[in-house]
Design a protein around this ligand. Structure first.
Ligand code: 7PJ
Length: 302
């Protein structure tokens, strides 16, 4: 694999900052803004998981998830990542039927609403992948990189879907908070190269594959920061790199902020990762990240 500049563009996901109906800021009088091409891709997070503030018996309303997805699209998300199982460290697993019951109606409703963003399914289960692809998803985000359900490779291949392979040691349930690495970047690279070979060996086109270092998954603060600082080494693998730092606890470890207060820290990580070649960003707060990355991109190309 060889590096190519702006590899994220290979996905055809770029949009213009002034695309009709989105990101237009005429009232602000910033008309000139507007021929900056977004040479990065924002993946907006659409969680369809139990409301942690409820009694546990009430689930996220699919209609709310759809409304949220449409809002994120209007803010500039080119991909909506729909997930029905929490992949947070230590989270309990969800049965495939239940996970499908959460995500499939949301995907169907987003398609019915005429969403133009690509729909990603955040899952590690073949059954959920199959149903989500049938419902209109065209992107598979698997935090286990096909280790939990290797047959997802054939499903993604048959649908010609994008496939994001993420680094993680163990599973969300078992991974250690601070796994040991001699050289975290080399080990993440080696793992991702091996998983790309596996996916390609099972029929996935290499140009459909996206790589992700798995920030926050079994990594210490120092590991997360080193992965961000040395992002260029992952980009050198030659596939688009997706970064998911949004609101993660390592940001709070630096700033003291709780999850709701981690946007500024999130933006800082994404600007750094962009400067080092990452082009896909999985975030909760779409608009602030779009703005920051638009300015970063324009500045580095000026
Ligand atoms: C990631 C993810 C990530 C990818 C989560 C959270 C934890 N998928 N799913 N990359 N993180 N590809 O959002 O806090 O970093 S769930």
């Amino acid at each position: 694999m060889t590096a190519e500049p702006g590899a994220g563009r290979a996905m055809g996901l770029e949009t213009r900052a002034q695309a009709p109906g989105r990101l237009v800021r005429t009232e602000a009088g910033v008309g000139a803004l507007s021929d900056a091409v977004m040479d990065f891709t924002i993946m907006g997070i659409v969680n369809v998981t139990p409301d942690s503030f409820s009694d546990g018996g009430r689930f996220f309303d699919p209609a709310d998830a759809v409304t949220h997805g449409l809002l994120l699209e209007a803010e500039g998300a080119a991909i909506l990542d729909v997930g029905g199982e929490s992949t947070r460290p230590g989270a309990d697993p969800v049965e495939a039927d239940e996970e499908s019951r959460r995500v499939v109606p949301v995907i169907e409703a987003l398609v019915a609403a005429g969403v133009t963003a690509r729909i990603s399914v955040d899952t590690s289960k073949a059954e959920v992948t199959e149903r989500a692809l049938a419902a209109g998803a065209t992107f598979v985000n698997d935090v286990t990189a096909l280790r939990a359900a290797p047959e997802m490779a054939e499903l993604a291949a048959a649908a010609d879907a994008e496939l994001c392979l993420m680094h993680m040691v163990g599973t969300p349930r078992t991974m250690q908070a601070q796994a040991h690495y001699d050289d975290v970047v080399s080990e993440v690279k080696r793992f991702l190269e091996e998983r790309v070979a596996f996916a390609v060996g099972h029929g996935v086109a290499e140009e459909r594959i996206i790589l992700d270092p798995g920030i926050g998954f079994g990594k210490s603060l120092a590991h997360n920061l080193e992965l961000l600082r040395r992002m260029d080494e992952l980009v050198a693998l030659g596939r688009p790199v997706l970064v998911g730092t949004s609101r993660k606890s390592f940001i709070g470890a630096l700033t003291g902020a709780d999850a709701d207060g981690r946007l500024s820290g999130t933006v800082a990580t994404n600007v750094i990762a962009y400067e080092r070649g990452a082009r896909l960003f999985r975030v909760h707060d779409v608009r602030p990240n779009v703005d920051a990355l638009t300015v970063t991109s324009a500045t580095l190309q000026a």
